[in-house]
Design a protein around this ligand. Structure first.
Ligand SMILES: [Zn+2]
Length: 242
């Protein structure tokens, strides 16, 4: 964050005092810019046991064979995906504001809250974080790529990580929200490619970063490109599991 950004924020805070994005109560100084301690505690988190492939929680499951309904037919190009939150309640609302209400700054607090999750930190530590890209037209109309902001924020807080925007989306795709898994896979297949002039180092571990993992189709498509470019170790991570 630059000095000007800090000054702007200070000025904005004077004019528009900040409220907690979850409880709407006025905010004082604290660990987060837009979350009160109560708001941060109310974010629904995923705990173990969870699916070792897509990170979906196995609520109420006991010992024995587990087959995950969320990724059983996916055969993802990534080895393991991990998510911190469930995309419901306040997390769903914040993600919606980040994406559709021009509030990218809210991602910084979700990132900071996600980094208090020890398994998530271990999952990312030392990796190259590769944000899921937006198509240029979408990036222009939105003004930012939330996944890139998340990857940069994570790289700032987790030791040994770098964020590298290695991929581009060269084909626009229709919104995934109303599609089932098969349609989503078809929709995003071949939509991504390595940016011109970028290369993959086979000795490094790559983690594809998105805001939400729903079926895993987008993360799979990005991981496929990294594998084809020579990456040997590819994982995925999202702030929330849809
Ligand atoms: Zn799964």
């Amino acid at each position: 964050m630059g000095l000007l950004d800090d000054l702007d924020r200070g000025l904005l805070d004077l004019i528009f005092p900040r409220d907690c994005a979850v409880t709407q109560s006025p905010l004082d100084q604290g660990a987060y810019r837009h979350l009160s301690p109560e708001g941060a505690a109310a974010l629904p988190r995923i705990a173990d046991p969870r699916c070792l492939t897509c990170g979906h929680p196995f609520d109420g499951w006991l010992e024995g064979e587990r087959s995950c309904p969320h990724c059983i037919a996916l055969h993802p190009a990534f080895d393991r995906a991990l998510c911190v939150f469930r995309a419901k309640g306040p997390v769903r609302q914040i993600l919606h504001r980040i994406k559709y209400e021009r509030s990218p700054y809210l991602a910084d607090d979700l990132v900071a809250a996600a980094c208090t999750d020890e398994p998530f930190r271990r999952h990312l530590a030392g990796a190259v974080l590769v944000p899921v890209p937006l198509h240029t037209a979408k990036a222009w109309s939105r003004g930012y790529n939330q996944s890139e902001r998340i990857a940069v924020g994570l790289a700032r807080l987790i030791p040994g990580c770098t964020a590298e925007a290695l991929l581009e989306k060269h084909r626009p795709t229709e919104s995934q929200t109303r599609l089932d898994r098969t349609q989503r896979l078809r929709n995003v297949a071949k939509a991504f490619r390595l940016k011109r002039g970028q290369a993959v180092d086979p000795s490094r571990r790559y983690v594809v970063i998105d805001d939400v993992l729903t079926t895993g189709a987008t993360l799979h498509a990005c991981a496929t490109v990294l594998r084809a470019a020579g990456a040997k170790s590819v994982d995925a991570a999202a702030l929330a599991h849809g």
